[in-house]
Design a protein around this ligand. Structure first.
Ligand code: PLP
Length: 392
């Protein structure tokens, strides 16, 4: 098997899995219980919180565990709206966010918010001039992703912070860093964010665990009310096993972060070069130079991404046509690639390779060989003679 869908989800590391199993079978207490088993579970939660905090250069009391990146994003967007709607109505985001940001923004819109969806350039980066124009006294929240999940483009979060401080200092700033965490520097102090979302299953921890950074002094309404766990911000008995797993995944990822990132980037660059060598102008690389190490989005002229996906699957190679969530729900084509100005055939022919440290150069060679056959067969079936559909 060659797994190249790591932006959808990653394989849980064996060390992480055994940490999770231990917390399920041995340290299974409730962290709120006063006896020793409870205290042991509380220690596990505390240890993981400290690990996540250190990775973000935050303090542990600024980290809240959630069930996933989606919950972290919803908590911020709906929470800021509920808490600040009397101070202002404007929420600014981008047209290429993950649905976990777009959908809560649409919900706020249905409640009376004035949501601005900023355009992006051909490289999928937010239009900073449009942001400058949109920021006003009525702005309560800016939510801009750090790394786009389909293209790997990186937004200039630090510069955006400066712009917000200049034009709308009252606005809170959130970044969805689900695809950035442990692949870029996510030092929250350098970035200047008030909120940052992350998700465990993108970094070799299990599904069902996420975290949210909330800057000290920033208070928003919580939508999980109950027993008062997580400093009354997110009630519900803590999922100690999953929290333990997230902590262990972060610990391992931090151990050799720079080397690991450089290794993934090298494999990605090798794949990009091989694809350009083999397919020449029959492909279009949609990921910009200087994007995150793990993502390479490519359109194959005269092909349908979905057909290629299934042809590769038959050979044990797993890729994606876009984000897993949006390919489930939308048939129109990627809202991200469309917002970048790609033509309908470029959007239809797009596939996303997303790598982890477990991918090798040999796997990339096998992939390219399989792709050559698949693209050839697919184009022949469609009767395609020339490769003239793409704009250069
Ligand atoms: N934000 C981005 C950028 C993502 O890529 C994803 C998942 O693909 C999410 C949010 C949602 O994260 P989760 O699956 O943990 O809810």
């Amino acid at each position: 098997m060659i797994y190249l869908d790591n932006s959808s989800t990653t394989q849980v590391r064996p060390e992480v899995a055994s940490t999770v199993v231990n917390a399920m079978t041995k340290d299974f207490g409730n962290p709120s219980s006063l006896h020793r088993l409870g205290l042991d579970a509380e220690k596990i939660v505390k240890n993981s919180r400290a690990l996540v905090a250190k990775a973000l250069n935050a303090s542990p009391d600024e980290i809240f565990f959630t069930s996933c990146g989606t919950e972290s994003n919803n908590t911020v967007i709906k929470g800021v709206w509920e808490s600040r709607r009397k101070q202002g109505k404007r929420i600014i985001t981008t047209a290429v966010e993950h649905p976990a940001v777009l959908e809560p923004c649409r919900w706020c819109e249905s409640q009376g918010a004035d949501v601005v969806y900023l355009p992006v350039d051909r490289d999928c980066r937010v239009d900073v001039k449009a942001l400058e124009d949109a920021l006003n006294d009525d702005t309560i929240l800016v939510s801009i992703m750090m790394v786009n999940n389909e293209t790997g483009s990186i937004n200039p979060i630090e510069d955006i912070r400066k712009l917000i401080t200049k034009k709308a200092p009252q606005a809170l700033f959130h970044s969805d860093a689900v695809q950035a965490f442990e692949k870029l520097d996510t030092d929250v102090k350098k970035l200047g964010v008030d909120f940052l979302s992350l998700s465990g299953h993108k970094i070799h921890a299990p599904k069902g665990i996420g975290a949210l950074y909330v800057k000290k002094g920033v208070h928003i309404q919580s939508f999980m009310l109950g027993g008062g766990q997580e400093s009354h911000f997110r009630s519900g008995t803590e999922s100690v096993p999953l929290i333990a797993g997230l902590g262990e995944a972060v610990r391992l990822a931090e151990e050799n972060k720079d080397k690991r990132i450089a290794g993934i980037a090298e494999t990605r660059d090798y794949l990009r070069e091989r694809l350009l060598d083999e397919f020449a102008d029959g492909i279009k690389i949609n990921s910009p130079e200087g994007g995150v190490c793990s993502i390479l989005n490519v359109s194959f002229d005269g092909c349908r991404g979905e057909v290629l996906l299934h042809m590769l699957e038959e050979k044990g190679i797993y890729i994606s046509t876009g984000s897993a969530c949006s390919s489930n729900s939308k048939k129109k084509g990627s809202h991200v690639l469309l917002a970048m100005g790609l033509s309908p055939s470029e959007v239809e022919g797009a596939i996303r390779f997303s790598l982890s440290e477990f991918n090798t150069v040999q796997q990339m060679n096998t992939l390219v060989d399989v792709l050559k056959d698949a693209v050839g067969v697919h184009r022949a079936l469609l009767g395609m003679q020339t490769h003239k559909n793409f704009k250069r």
